[in-house]
Design a protein around this ligand. Structure first.
Ligand SMILES: C[S@@+](CC[C@H](N)C(=O)[O-])C[C@H]1O[C@@H](n2cnc3c(N)ncnc32)[C@H](O)[C@@H]1O
Length: 303
């Protein structure tokens, strides 16, 4: 109980004004901005370690913990690039990384693409990302400050999002998919990693039902982790005029369980032309080159 209470206190001090904006507290932004250049990277890593999102495991020796977690983020995001993202990226691609966190994957992609827009909701984490994962063609933007407006409509070839949507309230999903639709070029692709309903995972409604003090504190200050059905995502995508293409089990795509997302799923969607009646006209969909796809009508898991 005391441990949970202390955790809630810590979250209270690092979260910004809006829900789930970890590391967006004013003191964190001021601290990073005022840290001398030569200590900025170390400060950024220490700040990232305060969030429930990025660094995990034993914290016995602070320095080795930070180095180990920095290297783990780098290595796991390199594998996500190699096994999932790389086949969709060319040197001409304009890419959006939605929920980029510290920007490890965004920087790797920026090394292979023309331009990457990396979006998140916390200025604190975006400042850390700029510090440790800077690149000239990589632009970090805050969604909650409407900085996505700086991206031209119909200009993005690929949008991907890893380890993000399970942390997002259902009422925000439609707006996110509308943003994807607005920014994508025609035939542009979306790859979103999701957590489907499964043992050990609660839906948002189940979280909200817990009206105990701990339950309320967890919902307000803790990290949200929600599961949803395939039809939830396919309906929301199609309401935002994005064609659901397929869903794959990530364990069928990734070489070994190097990250939590190994047990999760990847949905592909595409912005296709739409006729006057609102139907997708081009049924010659670009091939979905991940193994073992499941169609929205024949989904295997919880529908
Ligand atoms: C677990 S981290 C994943 C970071 C990165 N995608 C990766 O795989 O390394 C989840 C990130 O999603 C961001 N996030 C949470 N809610 C969001 C929302 N509604 N829109 C955009 N980003 C969000 C968090 O701030 C956090 O940086």
């Amino acid at each position: 109980m005391i441990k949970k209470f202390l955790f809630a206190v810590k979250m209270f001090f690092i979260v910004g004004k809006k829900s789930q904006t970890f590391l967006d507290a004013k003191w964190i932004r001021l601290l990073l901005k005022s840290t001398p250049q030569k200590y900025k990277k170390t400060a950024a890593l220490n700040i990232l370690a305060l969030s429930p999102h990025y660094f995990f495991g034993e914290r016995d020796d602070r320095k080795s913990f930070l180095i180990r977690e920095y290297k783990r983020n780098l290595r796991t995001r390199q594998l996500l690039f190699e096994y999932i993202v790389s086949r969709h990226v060319t040197p001409q691609s304009v890419v959006m990384d939605y929920g980029c966190g510290p920007g490890f994957l965004a920087k790797i992609v920026a090394g292979k693409a023309k331009k990457v827009y990396a979006l998140d909701i916390s200025d604190g984490v975006l400042l850390c990302a700029k510090t440790i994962n800077h690149k000239d063609n990589l632009h970090y933007l805050n969604v909650f400050k409407n900085e996505a407006a700086r991206i031209d409509d119909n200009s993005v070839d690929l949008i991907y999002s890893f380890a993000v949507l399970q942390h997002v309230s259902e009422n925000l999903i439609a707006g996110i998919f509308d943003l994807f639709y607005a920014k994508l070029k025609l035939n542009g692709k979306v790859l979103i990693q999701v957590q489907l309903i499964a043992d050990g995972w609660k839906t948002e409604m189940e979280w909200k039902k817990d009206q105990t003090i701990t339950g309320k504190l967890k919902y307000k200050y803790g990290l949200h982790a929600f599961s949803n059905s395939v039809s939830f995502y396919s309906d929301k995508l199609e309401r935002s005029k994005l064609k659901f293409l397929s869903m794959v089990e990530l364990k069928d795509v990734l070489p070994f369980p190097f990250d939590d997302i190994y047990n999760q799923q990847l949905i592909s969607a595409q912005k296709l032309p739409i006729d006057a009646n609102g139907n997708f006209v081009n049924e010659e969909l670009s091939s979905v080159d991940h193994q073992n796809p499941v169609s929205s009508s024949g989904s295997r898991l919880d529908d």
